[in-house]
Design a protein around this ligand. Structure first.
Ligand code: ATP
Length: 368
């Protein structure tokens, strides 16, 4: 499933040079983006980067100052919110407390004036989809938080929108339920074939559920790609740093045949990277390296990119441990080790003098 790679695929949603200003503040800055049918698309970025504004424009609560948004090829600007094939599910769920689960799900269909049989069939289908059959006659306060979340989802999908907008849909759930619910959301999205656009602060959530992720900053798209590409081939220090853990070295690039070297500190070995990037010899650049790519050893390994350091901090997570290793000159690097032995002792401890290294293909060379 990769319609974005198919030259003939027609996007469901097209942002065409969309700018949104509030007074003289630019919230969305000349943004162009295609989202395809059946995608589970995630908008990710720091607070204030414009995620909610994007959703509100899709839902029809805001209009672009400049540019166009097309839905199935049609400009949505003249279409009022309630007539768009778009629905929005809010974090608060906004369920009616005095109505049963069944009536909550039926609400939008009744308001549309659908006949009784159609409503019954559709609500029953939604109850089955979200596994809520047993709770149909309960009121929202008589079910759990996770079940309320499913009612809200069932209600938003009842009118069969082409596009469902989810604003922090799992924000109110605890970590374990949240992780379970992510898989349920993916399952429901796949079964209904509805296009989902989700806003989340939780980058792990975005990486788990999304077909593609858009990383935003100050009203601009910095990178739009599948989760593995965002993680393994970030296009900038900003994206590398925003998604997951990373250590970033700044230095001067030296070309070395098909390799690059980064001179990053006096008296330290240069870092070798293989990279498709074409950088100028002598320019400033960055090498980003993920902790799980960094190996840690008691003895010097025979490899490139070997640095000497000292363990100053250990984060124990059960399945793995993260070691903060201080390099000469005070630079820190993080290395992660899976705890595969059934042993409560850690292989490395505070103040251990260690060696860290990584394969040259694991470092990502970035220009900015
Ligand atoms: P968060 O993650 O905190 O919800 P966000 O990425 O969703 O943030 P938006 O709510 O889209 O950010 O806001 C983007 C910027 O536009 C912010 O700086 C916000 O203050 C500004 N903004 C949003 N709505 C308005 C408005 N109605 N009037 C003025 N400024 C606004």
């Amino acid at each position: 499933f990769a319609p974005w790679d198919e030259p003939d695929a027609v996007p469901l949603i097209q942002f065409k040079n969309v700018t949104k200003r509030f007074g003289d503040f630019t919230a969305i800055d000349d943004l162009t983006l295609d989202i395809y049918t059946r995608e589970f698309f995630a908008l990710l970025g720091p607070s204030g980067c414009g995620k909610t504004t994007m959703m509100r424009m899709l839902a029809g609560f805001e209009t672009p100052t400049e540019g166009k948004i097309l839905l199935s090829g049609q400009d949505i600007a003249p279409i009022p919110p309630n007539q768009r094939a778009v629905n929005m599910m809010f974090q608060s769920y906004a369920l009616f407390p005095h109505l049963s689960v069944w009536e909550n799900i039926a609400f939008g269909l009744k308001r549309e004036g659908k006949d009784k049989d159609t409503i019954r069939a559709r609500v029953d289908e939604m109850l089955r989809l979200t596994r809520l059959e047993k709770f149909a006659s309960r009121k929202p306060h008589q079910i759990s938080g996770g079940q309320r979340q499913r009612v809200a989802l069932a209600r938003s999908l009842a009118k069969a929108p082409k596009l469902l907008l989810l604003d922090e849909p799992l924000g109110a759930l605890d970590k374990k339920l949240r992780e379970e619910t992510q898989f349920e959301l993916m399952d429901i999205q796949e079964k209904t074939g509805t296009t989902f656009v989700i806003v989340t602060h939780d980058q792990e959530e975005a990486m788990t559920v999304a077909s593609r992720v858009a990383v935003m900053d100050e009203g601009k798209l910095i990178q739009v790609a599948t989760p593995p590409v965002i993680y393994e081939q970030p296009n900038s220090v900003y994206v590398a740093d925003f998604i997951g853990d990373v250590t970033i070295f700044e230095g001067t690039v030296r070309k070395d045949g098909e390799h690059y070297r980064l001179d990053w500190a006096e008296g330290q070995p240069p870092l070798r990277v293989r990279s498709p990037a074409s950088l100028r010899d002598g320019q400033t650049a960055y090498v980003a390296i993920r902790p799980e790519k960094v190996e840690i050893h008691h003895n010097r390994p025979d490899d490139h990119n070997v640095l000497r350091g000292k363990v100053v901090d250990i984060g124990y997570l059960g399945n793995l441990s993260t070691y903060h290793v201080e390099l000469p000159g005070g630079r820190m690097i993080r290395a992660q080790n899976f705890n595969t032995e059934r042993d409560t002792r850690q292989p490395f401890t505070w103040e251990d003098e260690v060696w860290v290294n990584w394969t040259e293909t694991c470092g990502v060379l970035l220009e900015r």
